[in-house]
Ligand binder design. Structure first.
Ligand SMILES: Cc1cc2nc3c(=O)[nH]c(=O)nc-3n(C[C@H](O)[C@H](O)[C@H](O)COP(=O)(O)OP(=O)(O)OC[C@H]3O[C@@H](n4cnc5c(N)ncnc54)[C@H](O)[C@@H]3O)c2cc1C
Length: 380
């Protein structure tokens, strides 16, 4: 067993770290405050190859492994989880889904632009009445002549107004329940496709989350992904890998909060000594570091499973469940170590604490991860 990273992985880590510190960090507080999407920064992420890292180079991607992707995700998330969620959705949900299940024509038309970051994508599964229970899709896609007619509302869509291409899940045959669901590629600007107002969020405020409304939107038949009725499986398979991305985002938030807390504890003095010399603070750092290291092992193991053709449903869910808890716990303790300064924006840890919470909610809540894990364990 070799725990060291390869030269290539170390180079990716350094490039992502430099980008996070030089490009993302300067405006991160302002973007959070104004709920401003990192448009220019995301453009640069595309140019540097962060938006299609695992995609085959013939479609404009980086042809890298999942480990490279999670290493880069961790570095960006240490600084700006709003930017890293754009990266995560584009890489692991949109590009991965299209590359693995799209037709050659779909890949040429859509994947190439997404992988190079010329445009970004969105993944649209959740609805007002279909969150954890994604089988209850109320959005319908009814077949008519050479197209489908899409009607309904999607909720909470990341990249909701910034995306150009949307992977939309909808019900075609309600009587078949989840086996009647399809997935489609929908383009921004198509008649009847409206973008709802931006959500006012607690965290990841730089990312744009919207509801989407479809009123008789005509979707050409060639834009259906996979066989008729494959949509639910498509969503589940895609989310299984997506969870590794969110786990690495959580890991990054935790590691970012820890690094800030460690540095602060060596500078701030009380009772005539640096606060890290008080055992209560040193022990907090010990717990944080131990948990982060354990989370990193789970995240890397899930990425390794994916890269080695193993089933990663359980390992990905375990990584997300644990890393998101560590993100939350670490960020809270980082605020505590900063004392009053932890409560104000300029020290960053209050933002990391707000950002951490979402990792326990999206791409399957922690409760849903436990369902996935326990089902996997109980299978014979
Ligand atoms: C900022 C943000 C961005 C998002 N981005 C996207 C996106 O890009 N695309 C997309 O499709 N969705 C997105 N989502 C939606 C997200 O995936 C859902 O919010 C999430 O899956 C939970 O669904 P829900 O909100 O309907 O909660 P509910 O399903 O109503 O759950 C409420 C509570 O009940 C618990 N619960 C539900 N069922 C069970 C059960 N069987 N056993 C135990 N506990 C249960 C849940 O864990 C939770 O604690 C986003 C959400 C947010 C907030």
């Amino acid at each position: 067993m070799d725990f060291s990273l390869s030269e290539e992985h170390l180079m990716i880590q350094q490039a992502a770290r430099d980008f996070a510190n030089n490009v993302l960090l300067p405006g991160v507080i302002e973007r959070d405050e104004k709920q401003q999407f990192p448009t220019e920064e995301v453009k640069q992420m595309g140019e540097l190859g962060f938006l299609g890292m695992m995609v085959d180079p013939k479609y404009g991607g980086g042809g890298m492994d999942t480990l490279s992707y999670v290493i880069a995700m961790e570095e960006l998330s240490k600084v700006d989880a709003s930017a890293s969620v754009v990266m995560s959705v584009n890489n692991s949900l949109v590009c991965w889904g299209l590359e693995h299940f799209g037709t050659e024509a779909q890949k040429e038309k859509y994947l190439t632009k997404l992988a190079t970051g010329e445009v970004i994508g969105a993944f649209c599964l959740s609805e007002p009445e279909a969150g954890s229970d994604a089988t209850s899709q109320k959005t319908t896609a009814i077949e008519k002549d050479d197209h489908y007619v899409l009607n309904g509302t999607k909720n909470w869509i990341t990249n909701g107004s910034s995306a150009d291409f949307y992977l939309v899940i909808a019900q075609t045959y309600p009587e078949k329940k989840h086996k009647g669901i399809n997935a489609f590629i929908v383009e921004k600007g198509w008649e009847g496709f409206e973008i709802g107002p931006k959500e006012q969020k607690m965290g990841i405020r730089g990312s744009d989350t919207h509801s989407l409304i479809f009123n008789d939107v005509k979707v050409p038949k060639e834009n259906r992904i996979g066989e008729d009725g494959f949509g639910f499986k498509f969503a589940m398979k895609t989310l299984s890998g997506g969870r590794i991305g969110i786990a690495s985002q959580a890991l990054g938030i935790a590691a970012g909060a820890y690094e800030l807390a460690r540095k602060y504890s060596k500078e701030r003095k009380s009772f005539g000594t640096e606060i890290c010399n008080h055992q209560a603070i040193a022990f907090k750092l010990a717990d944080m570091h131990t948990q982060i290291e354990a989370a990193r092992h789970l995240v890397y193991k899930a990425a390794w499973d994916k890269d080695n053709g193993n089933n990663y449903d359980v390992s990905g869910a375990m990584a997300k469940l644990y890393a998101s808890q560590v993100a939350m716990d670490t960020a809270i303790e980082a605020v505590q170590i900063h004392g009053g300064n932890g409560y104000v924006k300029e020290y960053h840890v209050e933002r990391l604490m707000r950002d951490a919470k979402i990792t326990q909610i999206y791409e399957g809540t922690s409760e849903i991860q436990k369902i996935v894990i326990s089902r996997g364990l109980l299978q014979d």
